[in-house]
Write a protein that binds this ligand. Structure first.
Ligand SMILES: [Zn+2]
Ligand SMILES: [Zn+2]
Length: 242
């Protein structure tokens, strides 16, 4: 299976020729973005997962600390799963995808996300894939929302239409150095419903799409907006899980 993915990533990246591995900086002989060593370190999310947020549980149980007991049912985003574990090589892939515009990583992420999608019947009733939006000032700078590109690829494979149901109203600072509580605060009120989509999402199950899930505060904030606009259920699927 890994071999197949390797072929795919070789193919899609064949016209980019980075001279060094995006992760470790080793010289590359093949037309890949990662060296063989780094590529081997890519791991799917596996083992026991929190039933709601999908984080890997080291010591078992049904839920992680943040979703335990009555907490699980309070979240608007009811189900989150991710394809790959966040580590040095996958972080390098997301970085190349997001900031270096290696858009051809999207089909690879979509492929591994589709494997996760197929594993869970929870996703089957979804009417739309909704990408987590970026602020329009950032979109102007980069020309695209990379998550939307990812959603389009995934939507094609799983035959679910993509709906840009959300807009980002707040240009939030990067979440990477923030604590769980700070992230919540930072992202509060950052999203709004896009114009004219209310009728479409009313009563529907929706899958939010994002590249990385860390504390799930972004997904939760998006889910709040969709739920108050009448969505029946909001689930999420991301490429990476930190
Ligand atoms: Zn490497
Ligand atoms: Zn959890």
């Amino acid at each position: 299976m890994k071999y197949k993915i390797k072929i795919i990533i070789d193919k899609i990246l064949s016209f980019f020729l980075p001279r060094t591995c995006f992760c470790c900086g080793a010289d590359l002989k093949t037309k890949t973005i990662l060296c063989t060593n780094c590529f081997k370190k890519i791991e799917p999310v596996k083992g026991m997962l929190c039933q709601r947020c999908g984080v890997m549980l080291k010591s078992g149980g049904k839920h992680c600390r943040n979703c335990r007991g009555s907490k699980a049912s309070k979240y608007k985003c009811s189900f989150i799963r991710s394809a790959l574990q966040f580590n040095e090589p996958t972080r390098a892939l997301v970085h190349a995808f997001k900031y270096e515009k290696y858009l051809n990583i999207a089909p690879y992420f979509a492929e591994v996300m589709y494997k996760t999608f197929r594993k869970y019947p929870e996703y089957r009733e979804a009417a739309f894939l909704v990408p987590v939006p970026i602020h329009k000032s950032r979109q102007r700078k980069s020309g695209f929302n990379q998550v939307e590109v990812l959603a389009q690829h995934l939507g094609k494979i799983c035959s679910i239409p993509v709906l840009n149901a959300l807009v980002r109203t707040k240009n939030t600072e990067s979440q990477t150095k923030l604590s769980r509580e700070q992230r919540k605060e930072n992202i509060l009120g950052a999203f709004a419903l896009a114009k004219g989509v209310e009728g479409e999402i009313k009563g529907q199950a929706i899958i939010l799409i994002d590249d990385v899930c860390t504390t799930s505060s972004t997904l939760e904030e998006c889910a709040c907006v969709l739920k108050s606009a009448g969505a029946r259920e909001v689930l999420a699927l991301t490429a990476l899980r930190e």
